[in-house]
Ligand binder design. Structure first.
Ligand SMILES: *Cc1c(COP(=O)(O)O)cnc(C)c1O
Length: 227
């Protein structure tokens, strides 16, 4: 599994180069390893490289990995679609949730978050397309949602997350990420403290870094194409 170590080294180097290219602080960009469908052995190999942040999409698969790996130095992020009946276990087992798209979900995560744990870090998933099949809140709904989440004592509202429709080139990718960055600024000017932009995956992380991503979520560029 040398490919994992090599790929992580390569991506870290690219983060440094892109930070210089786009005048970003390299330490302001966190590499999140997305491990859905990847094995426990692959995750352990990744931990050996010093990687600390890991993301999963499916609760049952994630719980199995979290419990087996049982490593307090690993920070687990939930990035999948959330059903209300999964909120209890998500609130107990993760440090971050990137995919909150309703107050109902946020309230349940808050109510189930054990009070002996630190506050659960929350990103709101935003969608720019008017596609009813896609999860995420419309930009116009984001301010009231942020305002109500800020009232929940066991959650810490951190920022915005997006999974844009694939775009063919750097400029069109950047245009979408820029919209999210501008929404963040607008929310900040309305008194919402947000320090996180969770955007960019294997095929578009250069565009995301150019537009201010603070967390890039990378699967295939670390682990290879799924077989
Ligand atoms: C799978 C997934 C990723 C990683 O995608 P890659 O293209 O493999 O880098 C990032 N974010 C979310 C929400 C995902 O589901």
């Amino acid at each position: 599994m040398y490919h994992i170590m090599n790929n992580i080294i390569k991506i870290k180097k690219q983060i440094t180069e892109l930070s210089n290219k786009y005048s970003r602080e390299k330490d302001s960009i966190t590499l999140l390893a997305v491990t859905k469908t990847r094995s426990i052995e692959e995750i352990k190999e990744t931990i050996k490289t010093g990687q600390k942040d890991f993301a999963e999409n499916y609760l049952q698969e994630a719980l199995n990995k979290i419990n087996t790996i049982n490593n307090p130095n690993v920070t687990w992020h939930f990035i999948g679609h959330i059903q209300t009946n999964k909120c209890k276990k998500i609130a107990k087992n993760f440090s971050w949730v990137h995919s909150v798209d309703s107050f109902t979900i946020a309230k349940k995560l808050n109510d189930y978050r054990p009070t002996d744990l630190p506050k659960l870090n929350i990103c709101i998933e935003v969608k720019l397309e008017k596609n009813p099949q896609k999860s995420g809140v419309a930009p116009s709904e984001s301010l009231p949602l942020c305002q109500s989440i800020m009232q929940l004592p066991n959650l810490k509202l951190r920022g915005l997350m997006i999974i844009p429709e694939p775009s063919p080139n750097l400029n069109s990718q950047r245009a979408k990420f820029r919209e999210l960055a501008e929404l963040q600024k607008k929310l900040q000017s309305n008194g919402i403290a947000l320090d996180t932009l969770s955007m960019g995956m294997s095929d578009d992380y250069e565009a995301a870094i150019a537009e201010g991503a603070t967390i890039i979520r990378i699967g295939r560029a670390i682990f290879g194409e799924k077989t």
